[in-house]
Design a protein around this ligand. Structure first.
Ligand code: ADP
Length: 557
């Protein structure tokens, strides 16, 4: 069996200008980053946005397990398969963060014969967007600390600075740090900390902005600290939104790459779905929508996290809802939800599959609450038995949902044809009947959280820590109490406890703390012990990585 990187290195890429021709874009519309990557020029984007808007397919999944689900693999494979059956299709994906790339085995460029290329570049520094975001974030930290050092005209309380520094790596040592030590000439001492870049509010802003002016407006709204009088201090108060937008002027442009089968793919922006909103940039999705008849995009982690945030946070900003949702499930992962340990997943186990199916059934029901047509894609693994596949199909049909086996990992576009045909059939038959799960857009934060916990997670209620309760009171005073909510929750369970697999019931979710992200336009609700700076595992993926004398990557998945 070939590894992902071996398959990717055998693929013959087209020059990116040729890929762009499929989108009616000329080389003048591109800003080339080498031969196989390009950014889309702003004037080209304006031109593209005059085109008719195509259909949008959202790929999401069951709660992930260590068995792997293959959401990106199916997203890419479905895009290739739609092109194979003659539908002009574009893919829109998130760009990977180096933190998980170096840490946990598995990149974000798909797998097997469903990959976006060049996978080494995309998984490493790509076109430099992550670095630009890191720099903009840390420039803000430096400018804020300089403000404190140079007389603190705004009266910022150094104990109430909430803006943290970031790094695009998993580095637990930096979660809590003290800065400004060494006496008066070295700044004002205060406690600080590092988050991973993909948790930066600037990443969320970049992904939600509709153009550079919207980006600048959102940057100005970021709350960085509070004064001694407990009033919020914004980037606008520091007067540095222009400088930050300038640092990001290239990063805001969508990146174009291709799949193994030359399907155009925009890979742009990558907030995590457990701590942020988990979707690629609005600009990438919009550009894709106006370039093709079909756009296939994905949201991070399961339908309870990335899926929910796509529908509740991204859709209102995008101004377009999906025409169909594909939920990816694997028989292996469902057996884990049914109580089987990883080492025993290769053996047939119909009882465990049926038990674990409850997780998938809950996600199907949830997506239907938004009025969206759903198709289940079974990402086929070699260990799946015929009986297991039949049982899973039966169970899905009993839930009244269409289901297709997808073998794109092993067979490429051909293995996704059945899924592609079903998806097209349903989209052509059904009208988009999207509806929000909230009673009103301006429901209070508590009302929105209650709806998400009871309707989507299947919980019985919400518990607020004392700190969270106090914050809710203060937020009312600041006028933030009716903003959208971005839940920060474990990806492994529908509940806030990663151990509760399947479809848990009768649980409450505890809101530990709120983090205002006023620039992004939402309030993050932290549950459980979700980390905004991950650590590395005992055997990080970095141990397998190398480079040969020709500069060729080795062991990158
Ligand atoms: P997700 O998007 O759910 O995180 P990916 O699509 O990135 O998952 O896939 C994660 C890993 O699993 C990749 O290394 C990929 O090669 C592998 N994988 C995906 N689908 C299959 C499959 N059907 N059989 C074997 N390995 C697979």
């Amino acid at each position: 069996m070939k590894t992902d990187i071996e398959i990717s290195q055998e693929a013959a890429l087209d020059p990116i200008a040729k890929v762009a021709e499929q989108l009616n874009l000329s080389e003048d519309d591109l800003e080339l980053h080498g031969k196989y990557k390009a950014k889309i020029d702003v004037s080209a984007m304006n031109k593209i946005h005059q085109n008719k808007e195509g259909k949008l397919i959202l790929v999401t999944s069951i709660n992930p397990t260590p068995a792997g689900e293959g959401k990106s693999t199916i997203t890419i494979g479905l895009g290739d398969a739609l092109n194979r059956i003659g539908k002009k299709t574009v893919i829109a994906l998130r760009e990977p963060s180096l933190g998980p790339v170096m840490g946990i085995k598995g990149g974000a460029t798909g797998g097997g014969y469903a990959q976006v290329l060049p996978m080494e570049d995309i998984n490493l520094h790509f076109t430099g967007d992550m670095h630009a975001i890191t720099t903009a974030n840390n420039a803000l930290s430096a400018l804020l600390d300089n403000h404190l050092h140079q007389g603190n005209e705004l009266g910022i309380d150094p104990r109430r600075v909430i803006w943290k520094r970031v790094l695009d790596l998993n580095d637990r040592e930096l979660r809590h740090v003290t800065v400004g030590l060494g006496g008066p000439i070295n700044g004002v001492p205060r406690e600080d900390g590092f988050d991973i870049t993909v948790a930066s509010e600037i990443m969320a802003i970049l992904c939600l902005s509709t153009d550079i002016l919207d980006l600048k407006r959102r940057l100005a709204n970021i709350v960085v600290a509070y004064t001694y009088q407990r009033e919020p201090v914004t980037v606008g108060d520091l007067k540095v939104e222009g400088a930050l937008a300038l640092i990001l002027k290239e990063a805001i442009k969508p990146n174009l790459v291709q799949t193994i089968y030359h399907t155009p793919a925009f890979v742009h922006g990558g907030p995590f779905a457990n701590i942020a909103h988990g979707c690629n940039s609005i600009l990438a999705t919009q550009t894709a929508l106006h370039c093709g008849d079909y756009t296939v995009t994905e949201a991070g982690f399961g339908a309870d996290l990335g899926g929910e945030k796509f529908l509740d946070i991204k859709v209102p900003n995008l101004g377009k809802s999906p025409d169909l949702v594909v939920i990816v499930a694997t028989i292996r992962a469902l057996k884990m939800h049914g109580g089987i340990v990883k080492s025993e997943l290769s053996a047939e186990n119909l009882a465990a599959l049926e038990k674990g199916f409850r997780n998938l059934a809950k996600h199907i029901a949830n997506m239907k609450k938004y009025g969206l047509p759903v198709v289940v894609a079974i990402n086929e693994f070699i260990s799946d038995t015929q009986k297991e596949i039949e049982l899973l199909k039966d169970l899905c049909e009993k839930e009244g949902v269409k289901v297709e086996l997808a073998s794109v990992w092993e067979k490429g576009p051909e293995g996704g044809e059945a899924l592609a045909k079903t998806v097209v059939e349903i989209i052509e038959e059904e009208n988009n009947r999207f509806r929000s799960i909230f009673s009103r857009e301006d429901d209070t934060l508590q009302e929105k959280i209650e709806t998400i916990v009871t309707e989507i997670y299947g919980g019985s209620g919400v518990v607020y820590s004392k700190k969270a309760q106090q914050q809710l009171e203060t937020f009312k005073r600041y006028g933030w109490d009716r903003l959208p909510v971005c839940m920060a929750k474990t990806q492994y369970s529908l509940s806030d406890d990663p151990e509760k697999l399947g479809a848990p019931e009768e649980f409450t979710v505890t809101i530990r703390e709120f983090v205002p992200k006023i620039g992004a336009g939402f309030i993050v609700a932290l549950t459980g012990d979700v980390m905004t700076m991950p650590g590395l595992p005992k055997k990080p993926a970095a141990l397998n990585m190398d480079v040969d004398k020709n500069g060729q990557a080795i062991g990158l998945f």
